[in-house]
Design a protein around this ligand. Structure first.
Ligand code: ATP
Length: 239
């Protein structure tokens, strides 16, 4: 799954009517690296991911992934291009089995012969999903549903994965499991862009991080630098 393309975003802005939610954000996800965006509730993190996916109207000076101009790619084509997205709040199909949910994630894959193999890879990454493959997704715990949402996004074999608050509402133990999965995906060469309110998790899962406040990039640095920054420690780590 080795990624070879950098994601480059320059001057990205999002407005909802008169509300300016994202203001001229610059960010880069070099191929094969994990980048985090932390910030308070309402800082513009979700809007940034949705804007990259083309799910909200946005303007940008430049937005490209390798040689692809993402400003020209409609949302419905992003997954086929290799960009996976795990939206905030899981959104699994409760009335369908775990396996059906995963197979739905493979809908845009032209090479269906490989679907079984990808399914096995997801079960290898999340053994708990393999054990529950025949159960209804709605019967899973919150943490398991989050694993399912990540697994479903992986069914398209993305080379870049955007994740919106995968740790939300999870117990510390499950946050640890999500961290393990993100680190493994990263080690396998998948590019990650992780949006989180959980700064501790983000610093452990990423090499570079942005802090967004009021729709703007307030700080950017290595995750190691930021985790030692006095202001970040006070505001985002509660230390
Ligand atoms: P959260 O952690 O709650 O997801 P966030 O950092 O992801 O927060 P956004 O959801 O991107 O922030 O919201 C940024 C700003 O845009 C907020 O002020 C929010 O109220 C506003 N906003 C978000 N979605 C809409 C919408 N559909 N219409 C109007 N305003 C919106």
């Amino acid at each position: 799954v080795t990624a070879t393309d950098d994601l480059v975003v320059e001057g990205l802005s999002v407005h909802y009517g008169g509300v300016s939610a994202v203001r001229s954000v610059d960010l880069t996800v070099p191929a094969g690296t994990a980048v985090g965006i932390i910030g308070a509730n309402g800082a513009g993190k979700t809007s940034t991911l949705r804007a990259i996916m083309g799910l909200v109207p946005r303007t940008a000076t430049a937005m490209r992934w390798g040689s692809v101009d993402l400003t020209k790619v409609p949302a419905r084509d992003m997954v086929r291009r290799g960009v996976g997205y795990v939206p905030e709040g899981r959104h699994v199909f409760s009335g369908l089995s775990v396996e059906k949910n995963l197979l739905l994630g493979a809908y845009s894959r032209p090479w269906r012969a490989e679907t079984k193999q990808v399914l096995d890879e997801v079960y290898d990454l999340f053994p708990v999903l393999g054990e529950a493959r025949g159960r209804l997704a709605g019967a899973l715990s919150g943490g398991q549903q989050q694993m399912l949402a990540v697994g479903r996004a992986l069914m398209c074999r993305p080379r870049l994965l955007l994740l919106d608050e995968p740790s939300m509402g999870l117990s510390p133990k499950l946050v640890g499991e999500i961290l393990g999965v993100l680190q493994r995906l990263s080690a396998e060469g998948l590019s990650l862009l992780l949006v989180e309110q959980n700064a501790k998790l983000t610093f452990e899962a990423t090499s570079t991080c942005l802090v967004v406040e009021n729709g703007e990039v307030a700080m950017v640095g290595t995750s190691e630098e930021l985790r030692h920054d006095p202001n970040v420690r006070r505001i985002y780590l509660g230390l």
